[in-house]
Design a protein around this ligand. Sequence first.
Ligand SMILES: *Cc1c(COP(=O)(O)O)cnc(C)c1O
Length: 431
Amino acid sequence: MKFYSLNKQAPEVSFKDAVIKGIAPDRGLYFPESITPLPDSFFKGIENLSNQEIAFNAIHQFVGDEIPNEKLREILAIVLDFDFPVVEIEENIATLELFHGPTMAFKDVGARFMANCLGYFSENTTNEVTVLVATSGDTGGAVANGFLGVDGVKVVILYPNGKVSDIQERQLTTLGQNITALEVDGTFDDCQKMVKTAFLDEALLSKMQLTSANSINVARWLPQLFYFLFAYKQAKSQGKEIVFSIPSGNFGNVCAGMVAQKLGMPVKHFIAATNVNDTVPEFMNTGVYNPKPSIATISNAMDVGDPSNFIRIRHLFDDNLEKLKQNLSSFTFSDEETKEAMKSIYRDSKYVADPHGAIGYLGLKKHQISNPDTYGIFLETAHPVKFLDVVEETIPETISIPEQIKKVMDKEKKSIPTKSYDDLKAFLLHR
Ligand SMILES: *Cc1c(COP(=O)(O)O)cnc(C)c1O
């Protein structure tokens, strides 16, 4: 499969090159040249297929013959070794729990898939790849875990000092080996800016192969479409039209859901629910895309003022706002509303939602006011333990610490203080 740049000023590349480059030389995001629907029989019989079989059928056309089928199946078995349950919490409302992986946020699948693809592509070369990634919290841990010990790949994670939770910080600073954490004296936006500067720095690029492990990378973005198929497999017996509500920051997850729809999955509507970082909800109302600096909230993994994947969503719907509105609604919610939702979900259903999932729930509720006869699924993108302080001060429940998290709690933090882009560059050139 070929991938083209959405800026249209760069040559088409193979899947392999799209993964290794991360972003096109014209700064555009890569997009598959075609999306061929799966046969009806696939969706009719989906409940008889294993998750790995579903994933193989869905991703195969994008990978083509660049990874042998046997190897691709092997990779999917490693990536998908945990459950993705749909849990009903009210009549016609269920949550798709995406937090049963090693770092307990949904980014594990994309990070592991990308790590295994890069690992395969670097098997027979001596060219080392450096993965550079900025994190507001969950990406760092998932990438560190997914890439740990992958030969030929070095990982450098930039995170904002004092702005990630204690658990998140341990997940990205304690692993060692080929993973290094740079603790940036600044905000997530500063980290992201430093990464972007590095990708434009010719002097640096002439010395090393840099790639990104954010959801701009097709190998991190595309496997997220599996979630929607796994949910469909579990919910289709409800016999109702399905709507998905996705708590969104960079809009990679919801965009992957839309690729599942293009593959022919029956789905009536998507809701992208955001915190007060409302660039997309505003766009859906006004037609004007006005990126802003990010605002800190209790759902910190979605504190994004200029969502990088939204351009892919617009492209999927031919840049036609009316067409997009038929498939997507987007709503914004405050921290106060988020906490109220966590409380009411707990009170009425005894379910503990994390702040991100609670925003997904709110978006779904709002949509169902005018679309009551639907089966709504909101995505629970992280385990509540990852946001322990907020969760425990909002609802009367003590969260027990799962094994995956205990493992990192008493490991030693190792990070390199970083003040400026020059520090980052010096580190990359001289480590
Ligand atoms: C990354 C993340 C999101 C946002 O996902 P996008 O694909 O960037 O929209 C939502 N919730 C949690 C917990 C996350 O870690």
